[in-house]
Design a protein around this ligand. Structure first.
Ligand code: COA
Length: 339
């Protein structure tokens, strides 16, 4: 049997979108027993943006995707696959097909990935497999979440952390491979630490002696989180995971140009950097402006850092996502700018 020839992939372009409505910490202080000083000291967040009444997650994802297509000099018809990483889909069956339609990406297959704040990293890894095995050439990966719809706005321990947004990246087949290493993990025994549970109710079935359970008034509860446990999980598992990725390619933390972590909390970003002996100047962070945008946070930060001219050709970037599930995963990439 002829061995399978593996192809390389690289990130061709990125895009992002943030909704217009900005809620800063002072405004939150007028509706909750909290303050700018508490939130910014504990989390690094100063403000976050949330979806307006007449906007949807698909609107945000479409804007981010169109920007990535324009920057990559591609048309929507050039896309072979769309992977939509979201945990706040506006349809339980998935939203990727709506995004495909909004973009006019008629040739592209499309599906959703639900893996909370690790969703973008996991989707990028899946896309990489399709390219390595020569199935597809151009794949759009979108991370988008609108957790503002799912948090309890009277719970100061959770709602202050989250914001809405979308980020996109196009992964393209390339002669050189710039996805240098990756690994993903799950610990389902800790799923209860961060969740949005489904609440099942049943109608009384008096006619049939309660033999038939007819579901009635089912709904999802608000986001619930054990902040301390999630914090401990992130600062212990993420450095370990990045360490494993570096080991796979015989690199060490000194080789990293940029550390790009899921933007959950500035203290988490700095503790992870310290554990890996990476100077804090190498952390890419925009958390003060957007809070935790879940699956969108990594591609938004990547897009902004590239547009601002921070990321250069051949830079080595360590990326890690972590969150509900619990899930976490990392990858090391080499940034590639087409000549
Ligand atoms: N404003 C003011 N006070 C608040 C508050 C708020 N928004 N939220 C909590 N407090 C209070 C608590 O009630 C508690 O008061 P008490 O001491 O009188 O009981 C006190 O502040 C300390 O709360 P605690 O929960 O111990 O704070 P903390 O230092 O653990 O910080 C988090 C809380 C949420 C910022 C922190 O645990 C965290 O960032 N965890 C990770 C969360 C995360 O990133 N989740 C997403 C992962 S994808």
């Amino acid at each position: 049997m002829t061995p399978l020839k593996m192809h390389g992939s690289h990130i061709l372009s990125t895009g992002s979108a943030i909704p217009d409505i900005c809620i800063d910490n002072d405004l939150l202080g007028t509706i909750l027993d909290t303050s700018d000083s508490w939130i910014s000291t504990r989390t690094g967040i100063k403000e976050r943006n949330i979806l307006g009444r007449d906007q949807s997650i698909i609107d945000l994802a479409t804007i981010a995707s169109k920007k990535a297509l324009t920057k990559g000099l591609l048309q929507a018809e050039d896309l072979d696959l769309i992977i939509f990483a979201t945990s706040t889909s506006n349809d339980l069956f998935g939203s990727a097909s709506q995004l495909q339609h909004a973009l006019g990406a008629k040739q592209a297959a499309a599906f959703d990935i639900t893996a909370a704040c690790s969703g973008f990293v996991i989707s990028l890894i899946i896309a990489h497999q399709f390219i390595q095995t020569n199935v597809y050439n151009n794949i759009l990966i979108v991370g988008a979440d609108t957790l503002s719809q799912w948090v309890d706005w009277s719970d100061r321990t959770t709602c202050i952390l989250f914001g809405d947004g979308a980020g996109a990246a196009i992964l393209q087949k390339n002669q050189d491979n710039d996805i240098l290493s990756f690994e993903i993990n799950t610990d389902g025994s800790e799923a209860h630490q961060l969740c949005i549970n489904h609440k099942r109710n049943f109608q009384q079935d008096t006619k049939h002696n309660n033999l038939i359970n007819i579901p009635s008034n089912n709904y999802y509860q608000h986001l619930r989180m054990n902040g301390k446990e999630v914090y401990k999980f992130a600062v212990s598992k993420v450095p370990e995971s990045i360490g494993k990725c570096l080991k796979q390619i015989s690199m060490n933390s000194k080789d990293i140009t940029w550390l790009l972590l899921h933007q959950a909390n500035q203290r988490i970003l700095e503790t992870v950097a310290n554990k890996l002996n990476i100077p804090v100047e190498k952390i890419l962070s925009n958390i003060q402006f957007y809070g935790n945008t879940s699956a969108a946070s990594i591609p938004i930060a990547l897009d902004e850092a590239f547009d601002a001219g921070h990321i250069c050709h051949k830079d080595i970037i360590a990326i890690a996502g972590f969150g509900a599930g619990l899930t976490w995963g990392s990858m090391i990439i080499k940034w590639h700018i087409n000549e």
